[in-house]
Write a protein that binds this ligand. Structure first.
Ligand code: HEM
Length: 441
């Protein structure tokens, strides 16, 4: 065994956390440049940081039982409760079995109809922005993906509640990330109203979801949405069903995990495509198979569009990192990993690791050409994670992104304002610094 190289920044202990908080991606890149694919770093506590696919395979698949989410998701617990993203062990396994059927192919095919209708309406709504001032692409993508998430989860929701939710989700994310990255601000947040606003946002959100559950139970109706599936799902062994709190936790988890990720992925794609006319032309050529929005069966006739989506998730992985806590003393790739260690796996850096990808910073959908994919090691590309805890919504997200992207590109030109710069801003998902703004033509 050999020691993990340590990435050290100056002698003052606060230097590293402050630099990390300011610009996590640049800071970690420096660590990889200086130390190689795995290193340890002391922020407020110690982390083992990696972009080595062998680490991902060990942690997520081969020895997943030797890890738990543990501390890494503590900050999300007040919002996500004990939902799938947070839970561990037997409870997680039971919940995963209960929720999994919601994402079977036949169910997805039904949910796809809702996605298609909402996307068609979204295209018409965007028409009024054609030829006008640049649009805030992030906000528009959040609009369509949260409409899709809310409708496929809960059925119909009034516009006022929807708008309130959009506002609160972004506020809540900023609040949670600040607490973790800048713990020295905690005393200030307790008195400047941020803690209070977070609590009131959460109360509002909870009451909305419990209200949905209660009304649905009373109505006797059984519409075809994810909430109904959660209400109906029964443990095969015990015959047990989820109580209201568990349903709340899983519903909020699906909403939280499932809309901003796809929205950010779409925003980055539109940003890239606004500088890639040849790729746009190839997507449009495939888009001949449909009129306004592609049907479920037509997705398969658009393999190049799918490659573009996959390349977007490589270069700009919305879930840019995953963390686990080791539950035993173990060894990974010759490095000692003591019990209690936090392993921080950077999907962002895995996808840009120069020893795994040719020309890693270029946007190149040929990376996902069928033969190239066949010859690539599975653990080099993990936008949805891997192993038993792989994203439950992977297929949902891929079809949603392919649908929305193809429909938008067929109908509109997205044009950059000359000189407008966009930087990477990793929050819980990989956002942009200045927001993505594009003209619609
Ligand atoms: C582009 C879109 C998406 C990306 C990039 C993404 C990414 C991920 C990743 C990387 C994980 C694994 C986290 C870990 O192992 O620590 C994950 C888990 C999860 N995702 Fe997604 N996701 C996306 C969309 C969705 C959607 C649409 C849903 C639900 C409708 C969803 C629900 C979940 C859930 C519930 C988990 C936890 C699974 C478990 O631990 O059993 N995600 N996602």
């Amino acid at each position: 065994m050999h020691a993990i190289p340590e990435f050290k920044i100056g002698r003052v202990p606060l230097f590293a956390p402050i630099r990390f908080a300011r610009d996590p991606l640049r800071f970690l890149r420096q660590g990889f440049d200086e130390c190689g694919d795995t290193f340890k770093i002391r922020l407020f506590r110690e982390f083992i940081v990696t972009r080595d696919p062998a680490f991902f395979r060990h942690v997520l698949q081969q020895h997943h039982k030797n890890f738990k989410k543990g501390n890494s998701v503590k900050m999300l617990r007040p919002v996500l409760g004990n939902g799938l993203v947070i839970s561990d062990g037997d409870f997680w396994l039971r919940q995963r079995r209960l929720v999994q059927p919601a994402f079977h192919r036949e169910r997805l095919q039904e949910l796809y109809l809702t996605m298609g209708d909402l996307t068609a309406a979204f295209l018409d709504e965007l028409e009024s922005f054609r030829g006008k001032a640049a649009i805030d692409v992030d906000a528009k993508m959040m609009g369509i993906t949260s409409d899709i998430a809310l409708k496929t989860l809960f059925g119909n929701m009034n516009t006022e509640d929807k708008e309130q939710i959009y506002k609160q989700v972004s506020r809540t994310q900023t609040y949670l990330v600040t607490r973790v990255r800048k713990p020295y601000r905690l005393p200030l947040m307790a008195i400047n109203g941020e803690d209070r606003r977070f609590k009131s946002d959460l109360t509002y959100f909870n009451s909305l979801v419990y209200d949905f559950i209660r009304k649905r139970r009373l109505s006797g109706e059984t519409p075809n949405d994810l909430l109904q599936l959660l209400l109906d799902s029964t443990d095969e062994e015990t015959g047990e069903q989820m109580n209201d709190e568990q349903i709340r936790d899983e519903a909020i988890t699906m909403f939280a995990a499932g809309h901003e990720t796809s929205a950010t992925g779409l925003s980055w794609l539109l940003w890239e495509l606004s500088a890639q006319p040849e790729i746009v032309a190839r997507i449009r050529a495939e888009a001949n198979v449909f009129e306004k929005t592609p049907g479920f069966e037509q997705l398969i006739q658009m393999p190049y569009t799918r490659q573009v989506v996959e390349e977007g998730l490589r270069l700009y992985p919305p879930a840019w990192t995953m963390t686990r806590e080791s539950t035993v003393d173990q060894e990974i790739e010759g490095y000692p990993i003591p019990k209690g260690s936090s392993v921080f796996m950077s999907i962002f850096e895995l996808h840009r690791n120069p020893s795994l990808w040719d020309n890693p910073y270029a946007f190149n959908p040929e990376n996902f050409q069928a033969d190239t994919v066949k010859n690539r090691a599975k653990f080099n590309y993990l936008p949805f994670g891997a192993g038993p805890r792989i994203c439950i919504g992977q297929q949902f997200a891929l079809m949603e992104m392919q649908l929305v992207l193809a429909a938008l590109v067929k109908r509109f030109d997205f044009v950059r304002e000359p000189g407008y710069l966009v930087g990477l801003h990793p929050q819980i998902v990989l956002k942009s610094t200045n927001g993505i703004k594009l003209y619609l033509r």
